[in-house]
Design a protein around this ligand. Structure first.
Ligand SMILES: [Zn+2]
Length: 180
């Protein structure tokens, strides 16, 4: 039985073995136990070797060295690993409404209505709104900025009232506000 591949990592070897199994190619992993227990021996003993029958060797090699097509979800932050319903590509990008709202609110210090998230396809330009998901940090900032605005307004009113009374005194009006 020829060796068709060898792997340093057991997990990799097992994936290859399983994918051959799935295609009906029976195979054997050699030194699987040793490397599973002491992976640092892997290089010394030539890795986990994958053997198949002579008849299946060519097919197995073709399978193993063919680039595997996997649509990995994009790892970038805010990306959605969803398939575009319009063009079928995995190119949907999340335009985060809560993030935008958070940026504006912390910048202005004023609670504003939050924007909804949108999904946008980089490939065909398809757009879709995302159902509202109220995020706790957004609610928190909303409450904090709301409270800050209330406090600021109260302080402003108190200052205006105080200045009004002082002005009235300076100008000779009685402090109770009655104009003579
Ligand atoms: Zn699309």
């Amino acid at each position: 039985m020829p060796v068709v591949a060898s792997f340093r990592d057991l997990a990799e070897a097992e994936v290859a073995s399983a994918s051959l199994d799935a295609s009906g190619i029976s195979n054997v992993l050699e030194d699987e136990q040793t490397i599973g227990i002491a992976w640092h021996y892997s290089n010394a003993i030539g890795g986990v070797r994958l053997r198949v029958s002579d008849a299946a060797a060519a097919e197995a090699r073709a399978m193993l060295y063919e680039p595997i097509e996997v649509d990995w979800p994009e790892a970038s932050a805010g990306a959605a690993d969803e398939e575009c319903p319009a063009c079928g590509r995995f190119a949907l990008e999340l335009d985060s409404g809560p993030r935008k709202t958070l940026a504006v609110m912390t910048g202005l210090g004023v609670p504003v209505w939050f924007w909804r998230s949108r999904l946008r396809c980089r490939s065909c330009g398809f757009r879709r709104r995302v159902p509202v998901r109220l995020r706790p940090e957004l609610l928190f900032v909303w409450l904090v900025t709301g409270a800050a605005v209330v406090v600021a307004l109260a302080a402003l009113l108190a200052i205006v009232g105080f200045v009004g009374v002082m002005l009235a005194r300076v100008l000779g009006f009685p402090p109770d506000g009655r104009i003579l």
